[in-house]
Design a protein. Structure first.
Length: 112
């Protein structure tokens, strides 16, 4: 797959041949991966885009920037996904009360 930016809100996905399962894949749990890491937010955790990432590492007590990136930008399989209220999402719900140690609930509200 190749991706081309069409404009600020449109991406064109190009495949070598027909990919009729794509709508179903994107609608499933793993379909979030193409949009999980919003560059405008997540680039602050990557040294290539932020030379001061060391300060973020020290404040977060994470061992390296890839771990910090996963913790702050989330992955669909880790609890930290439910702990960051700052991360922009395309999910139907946004976190208002995050998951934290000892939490018994996570509160979400409808994504406008």
């Amino acid at each position: 797959m190749k991706a081309e930016k069409v404009d600020d809100t449109t991406v064109k996905l190009i495949f070598a041949g027909p990919y009729l399962r794509l709508p179903g894949v994107l609608a499933g749990p793993l379909g979030q991966h193409p949009v999980l890491y919003a560059k405008h937010y997540c680039q602050q955790f990557v040294p290539k885009y932020n030379p001061n990432v060391g300060k973020l590492l020290a404040a977060s007590r994470q061992p390296d920037w890839p771990t910090l990136l996963r913790q702050r930008c989330g992955d669909i399989e880790i609890p930290a996904r439910w702990a960051n209220t700052e991360r922009p999402v395309l999910d139907p719900w946004v976190i208002t009360t995050p998951y934290s140690a000892g939490a018994t609930e996570v509160v979400l509200q409808r994504n406008p």
